[in-house]
Design a protein around this ligand. Structure first.
Ligand SMILES: NC(=O)c1ccc[n+]([C@@H]2O[C@H](COP(=O)([O-])OP(=O)(O)OC[C@H]3O[C@@H](n4cnc5c(N)ncnc54)[C@H](O)[C@@H]3O)[C@@H](O)[C@H]2O)c1
Length: 444
C-alpha cells in the first residue's frame, strides 16, 4: 500500500503534547493539500489525547499555524486552486485551504478513534509502561496492515514493538522539537522491521521536507546518546570545580563556557533545563536499563528532583526555572541547593566569577552571528587554532568539554549507535544547532 493511500487515515496519539501537536500540524497541513487535490477521496486525521482541554487548544493552534503556512506558500496555493474560478484573492485561497485542513481533523480521548488508521504516530509521555499499553490496545483495534511511528527519545524500538505485539510494524521516527520547524528526523529501524515500512518512512520524510539521519536501535539513539553523556560530563566537571570555587559558581562557569567558548546556542545547563531535569532523569534510567554497563548516573540530578527543581516548560511554552533561573527566557540566576534559592547573576559570588574565567579567546564571536555566516568554517578553524597559544581557567574548562564531547561522539560510533562520525555530526548540527560536529580535527 503506498503512502498516498495510507495518508487517507492517520492518527496521532498524545496529539496535544509538545511533540504531538507539532506532528499533528505537519500531517494536518499535508492532508489539507492532498484533500484539495483529490476531492473524490476521503481523508481523516485522528488526534487523540487524554487531555480534553488541550485538544481544544490544539485545534486553535492548527488553524493559526495552517493560516500562517498558507500565507507563506501562496504560490503553491495559486497552483493548487488554478482551476477554481471562484477563488481569486489571496485571502480566499488561504481561507479555502485552512477550511480543507480543519475539515479532515477530528479529536478524541480514546484509542477507538484510530480503528481504521493505516499510519499511527505515537508521541505520548516517555513512559515505557504507558507506551506498551497504548500499543497493546491499538494492536487489537487497528487493521493488520497499519504501521506505527514512535517518537520515543530513548526506549529501544524493538522492545516497544515486542511488548506491544506489533513486531515488524513499528519504526522509530524521532522528530526534534518543534517538529514543524526542525528539519531533522532520526530514523530508528529495528532489525526485523518490514521493508515496506522503512521505504514508506523515507517517502514520508521527503513529503514533510525532513532530513533523515539513521540511528541504530540502542537506547538514547544518537541525539540523547550524546546529550545525556554531555550533561553528565558537565555535572562531573561542576563537582570537580566546586571543591575550589563553590557549587553555584561552578554551575555558572560550566554553563557559560559551554555556550560562549564552545559557541553553542545555549549553555549545557540551560539545555538541560529546556529538556527538563525530570526528562533527563527518565532517559538516564532507560539508558541504564538497556545499555549493559552504561553506569550513567548523577547524584545532582537525583538531588534536584527530590528538591522539586525540574526545569521544563509551562503550558504556554515559557521556560521554567531549573539549574538556572529565567527572566523572559534568559538566565538571570543559579540555583543553590543548600539554600533552596536562586543566586542572582549580579550578586556575589557570581558577579566575581567572570574574572576568574579569564579572557575569552575571541569575544567577538557568538553563535548567533556565526550560524548565519558564509565564512563560518574558516572562522571556526582560526578560532580553535587560537586556543593553542592562550591560557586561562575558562579555556581549560572549554578544552576539556570540547574533548569530552568528541569522545562521546566517537563512543557512539564505537558502540554502533551511529554508522559513522558523519551521522553523529549531522544530529548535533541539525538537531541541536551546533555550529560544528563533535567529531572534528579543530584542536589537532
Ligand atoms: N519534548 C521534546 O523535546 C521531545 C523531543 C523529541 C522526542 N520527544 C518524545 O516525544 C514524546 C512526547 O514528548 P512531549 O515532550 O511531547 O510530551 P508532553 O508531555 O508534552 O506530551 C505528551 C502528551 O501525551 C498525552 N498522553 C498521555 N497518555 C496518553 C494516552 N494514554 N493516550 C493519549 N494521549 C496520552 C498527554 O496528555 C500529553 O498531551 C516522548 O516520547 C518524548 O520522549 C520529546
Amino acid at each position: 500500500m503506498d503512502l498516498n493511500t495510507r495518508l487517507q487515515n492517520v492518527t496521532v496519539i498524545g496529539a496535544a503534547g509538545k511533540m504531538g501537536s507539532g506532528i499533528a500540524l505537519l500531517l494536518a497541513q499535508e492532508l489539507g493539500f492532498m484533500a484539495s487535490e483529490n476531492k473524490d477521496k476521503n481523508f481523516i486525521l485522528n488526534l487523540i489525547d487524554i487531555n480534553d482541554n488541550s485538544l481544544l487548544g490544539l485545534m486553535k493552534y492548527i488553524r493559526e499555524q495552517a493560516t500562517a503556512t498558507a500565507e507563506r506558500q501562496i504560490n503553491r496555493l495559486r497552483t493548487l486552486y488554478k482551476d477554481h474560478s471562484d477563488l481569486v484573492e489571496n485571502g480566499e485561497m488561504v481561507s479555502e485551504y485552512v477550511h480543507e485542513v480543519m475539515l479532515h481533523v477530528r479529536t478524541g480521548k480514546t484509542l477507538e478513534l484510530a480503528k481504521d488508521s493505516l499510519m499511527i504516530f505515537e508521541a505520548a509521555f516517555e513512559k515505557e509502561e504507558l507506551k506498551r499499553e497504548i500499543y497493546q490496545e491499538l494492536a487489537t483495534l487497528v487493521p493488520k496492515e497499519a504501521f506505527f511511528f514512535t517518537n520515543t527519545s530513548s526506549i529501544p524500538i524493538h522492545i516497544l514493538a515486542e511488548q506491544g505485539n506489533i513486531s515488524t510494524r513499528l519504526i522509530g521516527y524521532h522528530f526534534y522539537n518543534p517538529p514543524a520547524v526542525q528539519k531533522l528526523v532520526e530514523l530508528i529501524v529495528p532489525d526485523n522491521v518490514s521493508p515496506e515500512l522503512k521505504s514508506l518512512s523515507l517517502d514520508l520524510a521527503k513529503r514533510l521536507d525532513k532530513k533523515i539521519v539513521p540511528a541504530n536501535d540502542i537506547a538514547g539513539f544518537i541525539g540523547n546518546g550524546h546529550f545525556i553523556r554531555d550533561g553528565l560530563y558537565a555535572l562531573r566537571e561542576v563537582q570537580n570545580l566546586a571543591a575550589k570555587f563553590g557549587f553555584v559558581p561552578a554551575i555558572y562557569m560550566v554553563d557559560k563556557v559551554s555556550r560562549d567558548y564552545l559557541l553553542r546556542p545555549m549553555g549545557i545547563f540551560q539545555l538541560l533545563d529546556y529538556v527538563g531535569i525530570d526528562v533527563f532523569q527518565m532517559i538516564l534510567a532507560v539508558m541504564n536499563r538497556y545499555i549493559p554497563k552504561a553506569e550513567l548516573q548523577s547524584d545532582v540530578i537525583d538531588r534536584y528532583m527530590k528538591l522539586g527543581v525540574k526545569g521544563g516548560q509551562t503550558s504556554s511554552g515559557a521556560q521554567k526555572d531549573g539549574f538556572l533561573k529565567y527572566d523572559k527566557g534568559k538566565p538571570v540566576g543559579v540555583y543553590d541547593p543548600d539554600k533552596y534559592q536562586y543566586v542572582a547573576l549580579q550578586d556575589s559570588p557570581l558577579k566575581e566569577t567572570d574574572a576568574k574565567l579569564g579572557e575569552h579567546p575571541d569575544a567577538r564571536l557568538a553563535w548567533k552571528d556565526l550560524s548565519k555566516d558564509s565564512d563560518k568554517e574558516n572562522k571556526l578553524k582560526k578560532y580553535f587554532a587560537s586556543w593553542k597559544s592562550k591560557t586561562g581557567l575558562g579555556l581549560d574548562i572549554a578544552k576539556r568539554h570540547f574533548l569530552a564531547s568528541k569522545e562521546t561522539g566517537k563512543l557512539l560510533v564505537d558502540m554502533k549507535v551511529a554508522a559513522s562520525a558523519d551521522e553523529v555530526n549531522k544530529v548535533l548540527t541539525l538537531g541541536f544547532f551546533h555550529l560544528y560536529g563533535p567529531i572534528n580535527n579543530y584542536l589537532e
